[in-house]
Design a binder for this molecule. Structure first.
Ligand code: PRX
Length: 638
């Protein structure tokens, strides 16, 4: 495959960028013309940020899997599409060529059809990082079912909430998942979720860990048995369903500053075009490169840059089941060595964690195949950037610091590897087609160098279309703060060259190990614990995780009252049960009161300062109703 829209020099970037702003419709139409369409669009773009609506490639018909699979078969059929590396290095890796993947996806699409799944149905995927997850994702897309992948670190209750919100009648899961030294009992968690959900028609269970699972007659079926049925029936490979450009492709739940997680909806055509375009340009992908993104498919990075972006570009994508430190902290480097990886895309948390092990895990690992490194999910601090650059990139590989969000579908601000300049800890320049701006406190646009809240003035093809079942929430969350603009929730700085540096969230959303966590959600979970009267959750700087979760808790229970550590463990267990292990507080401080304004609002600014250990700069506390608690909280700081 060739990529006529690949930008090859800084000069070309500037030219292309200018054209993308002056003639956005022509710009995107040119890129889109490189894909396989059943019918071309009538209109490239229709949009309104005031009454939110965005439609890209209106009237076009397509199926994204024809672009990820069918169109590659003739020339790239025998090329590895997915190289899968298991959790344990003792188990053999698997390679699926484009031919294999096509066969497996079209076969599993038949399984879905046989089980009653239809175009437009929502379907929940709760699986580990095995090739069958990618196969299931693509099989859903093949038949036009809307997938909603749930990360394995979420609890039964979180799964149930998502099933209800999406009205999903089908589930694909595994008996269990291997992650480092742990086995996660996925099917058992699904069973717990289904205690409170009675509309599920089928649960398809794929075998991975051989953990014993209960299988309910009429509802639960084994993946392998269903495949055999399709084989016995001799069904032809499932033909791709014809999708409208704007039909939903998937839902992915993400946390915000208020309420329950919202289902971000992405549409077929725009998402396909944008993930491919950004994959090819940001990583400067060349045919034959082996590309390894260490994310989990349960997050947007995995959707866009393990599955859809690389596969639509005919790339070889490495999929890793395990974690960076299992069986030891040299595992990523073993993988790079073993699979001759050329492009490595990972997260600052992983880099910081691996850095802490020193040079030992790097010994004897051949990293000479690496050409490009990438970072995503949180700000990368300079120390981590330099370690990544020197030790992993041997001082030779460009690092792309890619800024974007679940709602964006793909990378919005990043340098282009080897093409536009990098600046350590800066995401740098917007991609052509992306029009960021900074807004000051009064809602005016900041011109030139400066600081402000990061917004977008113009849509890009993979912008969020709606929040599932609640369009008003989408309008309020992203478009009401700055009329006529998409508001990201992030703060940023801009230098004299137009480079952006992301300074972090300006709302009550935390970024813990690159996972997005709403403080309100964690508080609600803590407050469900017996004995807890009230709580307030803030972030604090954490060496490895970026941010840690700090909870201030008013507790008046009697059980274990003489042992605060036991209460802490109980509260943590409650949060794990309600949201999932990824949201467990790192620190819990018991307090007698929370600083409140006269209108009863918790003054988080003060708690944040205390959690950050910046107790001498609490600022003005005169507006507090109960100023006296502040001294107590300061004294009890952990
Ligand atoms: O605060 C930004 C941070 O992660 C948030 C988005 O999280 P999520 O939707 O889970 O998507 C993560 C993967 C795309 C953003 O609002 N973030 C993401 N990338 C960067 C970043 N912060 C700084 N630099 C980045 N490169």
């Amino acid at each position: 495959m060739s990529y006529p829209y690949q930008i090859n020099s800084f000069e070309a970037y500037k030219e292309v960028y200018a054209r993308s702003v002056q003639q956005p419709q022509n710009f995107w139409a040119d890129i889109a013309s490189n894909f396989k369409w059943r019918r071309k669009w009538d209109k490239v773009l229709e949009w309104d940020f005031n009454n939110y609506k965005t439609e890209w490639f209106k009237g076009a018909k397509l199926n994204i899997t024809e672009n990820c699979l069918d169109r590659h078969l003739e020339k790239l059929g025998n090329k590895p599409a997915i190289i899968w590396e298991p959790n344990s290095p003792d188990e053999h890796h698997r390679i699926l060529t484009y031919n294999d993947l096509y066969q497996k996806v079209t076969q599993f699409a038949n399984v879905l059809k046989n089980n009653g799944v239809k175009k437009g149905d929502t379907i929940c995927l709760y699986m580990g990082m095995i090739p069958e997850l990618a196969i299931a994702v693509l099989a859903c897309a093949r038949i036009g079912a809307i997938h909603s992948v749930i990360f394995g670190g979420f609890s039964a209750k979180s799964i149930a909430d998502r099933l209800v919100n999406a009205n999903a009648k089908y589930i694909i899961t595994c008996d269990g998942a291997f992650r480092g030294g742990k086995d996660i009992p996925l099917k058992s968690l699904i069973d717990d979720a289904l205690e409170s959900v009675d509309f599920i028609e089928k649960v398809i269970v794929c075998t991975r860990t051989r953990t014993p699972v209960s299988m309910l007659k009429g509802r639960d079926v084994w993946w392998e048995d269903e495949i055999k049925k399709v084989e016995t029936l001799g069904m032809a490979p499932a033909v791709a369903e014809e999708m409208d450009a704007e039909d939903p492709l998937f839902i992915l739940y993400t946390s915000g500053s208020t309420g329950k997680p919202k289902g971000v909806v992405h549409a077929c055509a725009g998402y396909m075009v944008y993930t491919n375009y950004t994959f090819v340009n940001v990583f400067n992908y060349k045919q034959g490169d082996v590309y390894f993104c260490t994310a989990d498919i349960g997050w947007i990075t995995g959707h866009s840059y393990i599955v859809y972006g690389p596969l639509s570009a005919g790339a070889t994508t490495v999929m890793f089941e395990g974690i960076p430190t299992y069986p030891d902290a040299g595992r990523f480097w073993d993988l790079v060595d073993k699979h001759r990886v050329n492009i490595l895309y990972t997260a600052p948390t992983a880099i910081r964690s691996l850095m802490s092990y020193g040079d030992e895990p790097l010994k004897g690992k051949d990293l000479s195949t690496l050409k490009v490194l990438g970072s995503v999910g949180e700000p990368i601090n300079e120390e981590a950037w330099h370690w990544f650059h020197e030790k992993i990139g041997r001082g030779k590989c460009p690092i792309v610091d890619t800024w974007w969000q679940t709602e964006n579908g793909g990378i919005l601000i990043s340098n282009l590897a080897g093409v536009t300049p990098a600046k350590p800890s800066w995401a740098t320049l917007p991609l052509p087609g992306v029009q960021p701006c900074l807004m000051d406190e009064k809602g005016n646009e900041v011109e030139g160098p400066g600081q402000g809240n990061l917004c977008m003035k113009f849509p890009w093809p993979s912008i969020i279309r709606t929040t599932w079942g609640d369009h008003e929430r989408c309008q309020q969350t992203y478009f009401d703060a700055y009329p006529g603009h998409y508001f990201t929730g992030d703060g940023a700085m801009r230098d004299e060259d137009g480079n952006y540096k992301i300074t972090g969230r300006v709302d009550d959303v935390l970024n813990v190990s690159g996972h997005r966590i709403g403080t309100a959600e964690v508080e609600n979970a803590i407050n469900l614990h017996a004995g807890v009267v009230e709580s307030a959750v803030v972030g604090y700087p954490h060496d490895i995780k970026g941010q840690g979760i700090y909870a201030f808790v008013i507790y008046n229970g009697t059980h274990n009252a003489d042992d605060e550590n036991l209460i802490r463990k109980d509260i943590t267990a409650t949060v794990s049960r309600i949201i999932g292990p990824i949201s467990k507080p790192d620190k819990i401080q018991f307090v007698t009161g929370l600083p409140k304004t006269r209108s009863g609002k918790i003054m988080r600014r003060i708690l944040r300062k205390i959690a950050e250990n910046d107790v001498d700069n609490l600022g003005d506390t005169s507006a507090l109703l109960n100023g006296e608690v502040v001294e107590d909280i300061k004294k009890g700081k952990i």
